[in-house]
Ligand binder design. Structure first.
Ligand SMILES: C[S@@+](CC[C@H](N)C(=O)[O-])C[C@H]1O[C@@H](n2cnc3c(N)ncnc32)[C@H](O)[C@@H]1O
Length: 260
């Protein structure tokens, strides 16, 4: 089913040439300014996804409903966020499925929370924690804009404190000192279920792995993901782009073990 886009809906306006995009909600009387001229919302309403629209300067744009990655990349950022290349690995490591209950600390800008919330569906719950009230509020607004607020419980918590929920299906840690939250995570997790984390330095990586082992987790994998974009051109030849994101973080996956 592909209904035309309408007022009140979020749309992604994509510059066909440069792949620069704009995410906004269609409003009566609305207008969007771009690097290549302006477009009136009324000229977008009624178009099907994938349609061509022209700006005031005649530049070509395409209309899409935003994907979850589009929404993650456009959150109001107060912190570093988990990038899509890492997010996809982490989602598999966390074995996320509809209906699951998941703990996350720290919430940050809520980019990864948003992805978790979409994947667990209406019946699932994400319990997300951060020590900063202002970050929690910003993340709440980001997730509200994505229409996923009903699946997320936001709470203030300092890593190391016991989580107010237990029997959860997975734990994700994204904070500078993940080892502080490892013992409370073991208490909150169902037996055998995964804990995954991302850390930016080798020192944090080593300390986290040691702490996981000491606190009853089996470390499954430690990886760094490199993503290289490829230029596919008609005349000049096909080759990788010169620039790439050099490093985002080390990823660790583990599972809770029990002595029985
Ligand atoms: C890199 S951000 C998380 C980004 C988030 N995953 C996203 O995709 O938007 C790290 C967060 O951890 C929080 N944090 C740092 N230390 C903490 C602690 N000891 N207890 C709770 N939260 C903490 C910070 O306030 C910050 O919001």
């Amino acid at each position: 089913m592909s209904l035309p886009v309408n007022y009140g809906e979020a749309v992604l306006l994509l510059d066909e040439e440069r792949k620069k995009s704009f995410l906004f909600v269609l409003r009566e009387g609305g207008e969007i300014g771009t690097h290549k001229g302006r477009l009136l919302h009324k000229d977008i309403v009624g178009k099907k996804e994938g349609s061509l629209v022209l700006s005031s300067t005649g530049a070509r744009f395409r209309i899409f409903r935003p994907s979850i990655v589009d929404k993650m990349m456009k959150v109001q950022r107060k912190t570093q966020i988990v990038y899509p290349k890492d997010a996809s690995w982490l989602i598999l490591a966390l074995d996320i499925r509809p209906g699951m209950r998941i703990i996350e600390i720290g919430t940050g800008s809520g980019a990864f929370t948003m992805l978790l919330a979409q994947l667990v569906g209406k019946e699932g719950r994400i319990y997300t924690f951060d020590r900063r009230e202002d970050f929690l509020e910003n993340a709440r607004q980001n997730i509200r804009r994505a229409g996923l607020e009903d699946r997320v419980v936001f709470s203030l918590l300092n890593a190391g404190d016991l989580f107010p929920v237990n029997n959860v299906d997975a734990v994700f840690l994204d904070l500078p000192e993940p080892w502080l939250a490892i013992s409370p995570s073991w208490d909150a997790l169902l037996p055998g279920r995964p804990l995954a984390t991302i850390v930016p330095t080798a020192e944090q990586l080593k300390r986290t792995v040691e702490s996981l082992i000491e606190n009853g987790f089996l470390v499954m994998d430690v990886v760094e993901i490199l993503e290289r974009r490829i230029l596919v051109r008609k005349k000049e030849g096909v080759r990788p782009f010169e620039k790439m994101v050099g490093f985002t973080g080390y990823l660790i996956s583990s599972r809770k073990i029990i002595e029985e």
